[in-house]
Design a protein around this ligand. Structure first.
Ligand code: GRF
Length: 201
């Protein structure tokens, strides 16, 4: 399976995917392009270091979400990808993208709690004792699509956004590659909102 990884920032999840693809001979998802919504981010350096082609589709160059989405999809299609993997991608794609590709996303909360870009701050402010990580298929609503996997993370009384994020990212870096691997192996079945993992034994 050929995947495009979409990024906007540091790219630590991208790194985990690149590492899995490089080190696990059974990892059936091949990151063939990394697409960024801006230039100058660390994720692009990580892709270059792994010799994966990079493309910048600059959000700032578009006035229209649909046009931006079209450009992202056309870029992915040039690399003949089968799926989009969002890894810290901070833009909402319009529905056209969902019609063209299966799309996976990773979100730092136990969805449906704390959707949006400030999930860690929101969890701390709300005073929850447990938050976590969710990997889900993208649908037409933000942080809403069918949930593939979730791992809880305890919030400590003295947690800051940074300390909580460090523990969340540790989980993310293990969870996302394992979900992508299962997806590429055809082990994920979707029935409405419910995703089941087929037994690969
Ligand atoms: C991750 O925490 C992910 O859950 C969220 O954005 C963050 C991206 O981090 N969607 P990185 O760029 O992969 O380091």
């Amino acid at each position: 399976m050929r995947i495009a990884v979409l990024v906007s920032g540091s790219g630590s999840n991208l790194q985990a995917i690149l590492d899995a693809a490089a080190s696990d001979p059974d990892f059936a998802a091949s990151p063939v392009v990394v697409i960024a919504d801006r230039d100058g981010i660390q994720a692009l350096d990580r892709a270059a270091a792994a010799r994966v082609p990079t493309e910048v589709v600059a959000w700032s160059a578009f006035t229209d979400r649909a046009e931006f989405t079209k450009a992202v999809c056309e870029t992915a299609e040039r690399y003949d990808v089968d799926a989009l993997v969002l890894a810290g991608f901070m833009r909402i794609l319009s529905p056209e993208a969902i019609e063209r590709f299966p799309i996976l996303n990773i979100h730092p909360s136990m969805l449906p709690a704390f959707v949006g870009a400030h999930a860690l701050e929101a969890a701390i402010e709300h005073g929850v004792k447990v938050t976590g990580v969710t990997v889900h298929f993208v649908d037409e609503r933000v942080d809403h699509g069918p949930i593939i996997a979730q791992v809880p993370v305890t919030v400590r009384p003295d947690d800051t956004v940074a300390s909580l994020q460090a523990r969340i990212q540790e989980i993310e870096h293990r969870l996302y590659p394992s979900v992508i691997k299962a997806f590429a192996d055809g082990l994920l079945e979707i029935d409405g909102r419910v995703v089941t993992w087929k037994d690969d034994a």
